[in-house]
Design a protein around this ligand. Sequence first.
Ligand code: ADP
Ligand code: AMP
Length: 214
Amino acid sequence: MKIIMLGAPGAGKGTQAKKIAEKYGIPHISTGDIFRANIKGGTELGMKAKAYMDQGQLVPDDVTIGMLLDRISEADCEKGYVLDGFPRTIPQAESLTNALNERGEKMDYAVNVDVPDEAIVTRMSGRRACLACGATYHIVFNAPKTEGVCDTCGEKLVLRDDDKPETVQKRLTVYHDQTQPLIDYYQQAGILVTVDGTKDLNEVFKDITVVLGE
Ligand code: ADP
Ligand code: AMP
């Protein structure tokens, strides 16, 4: 099963993608996590991406598309995957569609997690991330067992630089300009599913599994 998660930054794409990956036994591929791992590792790709990420801008398509297409060619992607944070532009979506067409494949679902902008800033200011393993928490809605410590790997949790309110506003503007048009793109492709992302995260997951199947 091949799934795309759509939605504003902070809508809950990563939270749901992790649950989908676990339930259906497919890899969770987050382009944001790949960039952050590269920043942490001090790679050239990481340094290039950081300049854009810190400004709330998108990393250019010429860097992002190749990276994602390489990742989905790896052996663990044979049975499918859940994409979180890609595509974010129409050219990214078209490149993905074309690359899959060439292999006689197609995406199965684009799951749009719908949350209004007003709720996003609260979500983002309370998000805490583990930069070691990619786990995410919320200080109120999804708190770790021990404050400030990752349940999965024990590393210290951080507020991402790009989750500060001024950057979140910028990211929302970029989302509406460049990423929201993908909702129409996947609607026209006949694979769009929209879920109400303002519900409790377990309710949102239930709604998604009704569509994807048990
Ligand atoms: P995205 O991957 O779309 O940027 P995340 O999955 O990281 O978003 O979620 C953003 C923040 O909101 C996190 O702190 C997460 O724990 C929290 N969150 C996710 N889903 C919900 C929900 N349904 N209700 C409340 N908080 C949520
Ligand atoms: P995320 O972890 O999905 O919130 O992404 C964090 C940041 O990484 C974004 O604000 C962008 O700067 C960058 N990024 C992640 N995925 C993409 C993508 N598909 N295209 C361009 N930039 C991306």
